[in-house]
Ligand binder design. Sequence first.
Ligand code: ZN
Length: 459
Amino acid sequence: MKKSIVLAALLFGGITVFAQTKDEQALKDIYKSSLTNAKCYPWLDHLSNTIGSRLSGSAGAEKAVLYAKAQLETLGLNKVYLQEVMVPKWVRGEKEIGYLQLGKQKIDFPICALGGSVATPKAGLNANVIEVKSLEELAALGEAKVKGKIVFFNRPMNPEFVETFKAYSGCVDQRSSGAREAGKLGALAVIVRSMNLRLDDFPHTGATNYGDIAKEQRIPATAISTNGAELLSKSLRTNPNATFYLKQSCETFADVLSYNVVGEMTGSEHPERIMVVGGHLDSWDLGDGSHDDGAGCVQSMEVLNIFKNIGYKPKNTLRVVLFMNEENGVRGGKEYEKQSNKNNENHIFALESDSGGFSPRGFSIEADEANFNKISSWATLFEPYLIHKFVKGHSGVDIGPLQSNHIVKVGLQPDSQRYFDYHHAANDTFDAVNKRELELGAAAMTSLLYLMDQNDVVK
Ligand SMILES: [Zn+2]
């Protein structure tokens, strides 16, 4: 009796050790492939430097679709295809002009129209400025104090938050809803402080949302750099009657046809179970979208390249999806979900990278308790690669619409300290992405997909 217990313990112990070794070895192979033989960095170079910005409906976005498809076709996948999706088309037009008139003196400010904003009148507009820190403060002022003025939203991102995305979500209502709310009170335009923790001269764009406000009642919305916001605030304190001149000529056109780009390795055991990895192929128009989200796209493509290089054939179907139109509509994510429902597809796992191409720190996980615990139990496997963060939280905007029973959704969490230096601004360019950090992110993603593939979701 005792002997058999000892024997069983040895056997099971042996199996455990063996299993760990196998996974440890797989992660080693994955990281080695990514750090010595990856294509993600040259892919990003092409997307950023040859194609450039990829705003939905632009020529750049269409070139990126064809380029990504062509590159996926070199990986020997089972399927590569385009999924049609209608997307909005918003065009910035001429360079925006913004200055404060102080007597005979003009102070120029670095500004840029917010995505989706309407234009000013052709000759521009000129008005007094009223500064507020929040939508609540705006509402308290009421129509009497706001009508006929430009509202200046100047609440900075809170520097106390180590997790900068928290600071971003605590601020972004000014950008997304400021024009809508100020317009209701009769304001002529809004100026919004850029969502950036650093003081610099780059205005950061991003979507503004008018809700159901009629077209002719919409007011122009512009972003001002953080240095610009500080200077404007200071100037208004000493010259509250100064007027601000604003001119922008952006325009929204009819929706146009675009595509999600999809590539697939069919599962060797469970082809009907789908694991998705992806990012969004569109970007804003100011930089070339290297961090947001060129990085996430090439990392997702790299996952399939790594599996090919190490000879790993997933048991479940692995699908890379490069979503179109995350920035100003999420039409790609919604269309993917719609088609998936129509085809009765069964998604067990989705992983998105859309937080910049910086050193990976961990994963933000949307799952039930059992699956969250399961993923967290792999922490020791990731320790050698300095991945330590397994938290419950938001996964990604593009995979947000995906719903299946027991689906596990995860967002890659890179170090976020520098992300908002570049986010939606002209300096989000290729030189801001570090090759090794990008590759480490791709390796972390591949490792998690490997482990999910090996250890089915808990049902
Ligand atoms: Zn993004």
